[in-house]
Design a protein around this ligand. Structure first.
Ligand SMILES: [Zn+2]
Ligand SMILES: [Zn+2]
Length: 464
């Protein structure tokens, strides 16, 4: 067999690994490469293989850097199944449809500039309609259920504990009388994340493709992080302020909602209205509610005890319409608003920030890593003034930054993950990580006498 590393090689995004087995082609993930606009368009548009010649696709989870280029693959002629867990199937359908909308808006923006330079317009990478056509091609499978993408390959999804529906993929491959046990980690989650089950770690494998996002550092305990979040919420509400949380619509938002549910149920904080103001978050929450089978035992226990659903409680309001969202601007009573985008670059969160940033009673709570030059980063850096929609605002509100809520395994768990297969594994290929992070992990594995750890380049091929 041969592996071709066509994405998330020497970088985090664009997960895409093409396996050639028995003369057939199996694609693991078809993610969108995300970076500077000028580089991304061409790179995402042009596959290094013929989509028509791919026999099957297996998708590890719904994040755009893993699923986001599927509409383009289908647009360019892929006709087979896309195997995914049932929850991923629903969540990915939603997320790529949203991505189609973003692709259209992006092309419009670029074309305005191109027109100014007298250049011809570009087509969007794919449209919302292209994305919606993909939904019918998903073939949902349960965790731990075996399936055969094509003869000679028996596949299985295992809990990855990263987002709802996330999985690692094991393959039992038979080629020319030889048997190969293969493992693709997908994105590795963490122990003790709210709602989600803990990841299943591999044991006996011959070859493994493994993510390395946080190869350089371990995270704080998520339970400590949520404790901090509680303190921030309590402090702000007690002084009559609002808590404004920019959060990614899928995953983090639902985790925070569940946590707020618990804190109000336990009487840890005053009961005030909570608003989830992001149409994608609201739709994603519906998918979560349809897939209770993915939740951990602790959530089930809470639901049984509190006698209400994890993601619905009396004070919680899901906001869909723009009118409802705008109505929040007039309100001065204490409340919690969770809204997208997660880095405060676009979306309804901008209105909430601009309306609340100049009141010292309020807190803007940053709950995830913020990319340089984003508004979220400026806030996290506690800049005195920020610009939103061309206007300058003085930052008088409190800023809280909560670390440790990442959905990715930290260094300690990555090492545990890799050393778990030490007895059997021949080669490990590190992907989905920047060089510094991957090299640190490689170094730590070397200390454990694991020498055959590689960090393939983009489009590298290896024959096994
Ligand atoms: Zn992910
Ligand atoms: Zn990822």
């Amino acid at each position: 067999m041969r592996i071709n590393f066509h994405g998330a090689a020497h970088t985090v995004t664009g997960s895409q690994h093409l396996l050639e087995i028995n003369g057939k082609k199996l694609l693991l993930d078809c993610g969108l490469y995300q970076g500077r606009r000028a580089d991304t368009y061409e790179r995402n548009l042009n596959f290094q293989f013929n989509p028509r010649k791919v026999d099957a696709v297996i998708l590890s989870h719904a994040h755009i850097d893993h699923a986001g280029n599927l509409p383009n693959l289908v647009k360019q002629g892929y006709e087979g199944h896309i195997f995914a867990t049932h929850a991923t199937k629903d969540l990915a359908s939603l997320m790529i449809s949203d991505s189609g909308h973003i692709q259209e808006a992006d092309a419009q923006f670029v074309n305005k500039k191109r027109a100014g330079r007298g250049e011809p317009p570009i087509e969007p990478l794919y449209t919302k309609e292209d994305a919606e056509a993909v939904a019918a091609m998903f073939a949902g499978r349960h965790y731990e259920e075996t399936f055969e993408p094509f003869p000679g390959v028996i596949a299985r999804f295992h809990e990855a504990g990263h987002i709802l529906g996330s999985a690692s993929v094991s393959l039992e491959i038979e080629e020319k009388g030889k048997k190969i046990r293969f493992w693709f980690s997908g994105d590795i989650g963490r122990y003790k994340l709210p709602l989600l089950r803990d990841p299943v770690l591999p044991t006996e494998v011959d070859y493994m493709i493994m993510e390395s996002t946080y190869g350089d550092k371990s995270h704080h305990d998520p339970e400590l992080a949520y404790k901090e979040f509680r303190t921030v919420v309590k402090r702000t509400l007690e002084r009559g302020g609002k808590v404004i949380v920019p959060a990614f619509a899928v995953g983090r938002t639902q985790e925070l909602v569940y946590d707020l549910n618990q804190m109000m149920y336990n009487g840890d904080v005053p009961r005030v209205p909570v608003y989830v103001d992001s149409p994608l978050a609201v739709n994603a929450t519906d998918v979560f509610k349809r897939h209770l089978e993915c939740f951990d035992d602790e959530t089930a226990k809470f639901v049984a005890e509190a006698r209400h659903p994890a993601l619905d409680f009396k004070m919680l309001n899901y906001v869909r319409s723009v009118e409802e969202s705008k109505a929040l601007n007039e309100r001065t009573d204490p409340m919690i608003i969770i809204s997208a985008s997660g880095m405060a670059e676009a979306g309804r969160i901008l209105h909430h920030i601009k309306n609340n940033i100049e009141d010292p009673k309020n807190t803007i709570c940053i709950v995830s890593w913020q990319a340089p030059y984003t508004l979220g980063r400026r806030l996290a850096d506690r800049e005195e003034e920020v610009r939103i929609y061309g206007e300058t605002y003085k930052r008088k509100c409190d800023i809280a930054t909560i670390g440790g809520l990442s959905g990715h395994a930290g260094q300690d768990l990555l090492v545990k993950y890799a050393t778990g297969v030490k007895g059997s594994v021949k080669d490990i290929f590190l992907v989905h990580g920047e060089e510094k992070q991957a090299m640190m992990l490689k170094g730590l594995l070397k200390e454990q006498k694991m020498d055959r750890v590689y960090y393939p380049d983009l489009h590298d091929k290896v024959d096994l």
